[in-house]
Design a protein. Structure first.
Length: 80
């Protein structure tokens, strides 16, 4: 297994919760792997918007974590 130097996190509020706290799960993950963690989580994000961010950025990281939101959370454009 190759050394992990950078991790990206994508998702909705579950990815963002307690972003600033040193005890957040992604801060603990960064310490565990001794690497940089970039969090692309966004409150209220749809599955489509998080997937779009993943596609734009996944090749910049050694590991990407994609948290799947509730399937009924669609962007407003799709509902109109």
């Amino acid at each position: 297994m190759k050394e992990i130097k950078s991790i990206a996190i994508y998702g909705d509020s579950f990815a963002v919760s307690a972003r600033e706290l040193e005890t957040s799960w992604f801060s603990i993950l960064a310490k565990k792997f001794n690497c940089a963690v970039d969090n692309y989580g966004e409150n209220g994000a749809s599955l489509y918007s998080t997937y779009k961010l993943l596609k734009e950025n996944y090749d910049r990281y050694d590991m990407s974590l994609f948290l799947v939101t509730h399937p009924n959370r669609f962007p407003t454009k799709l509902l109109s």
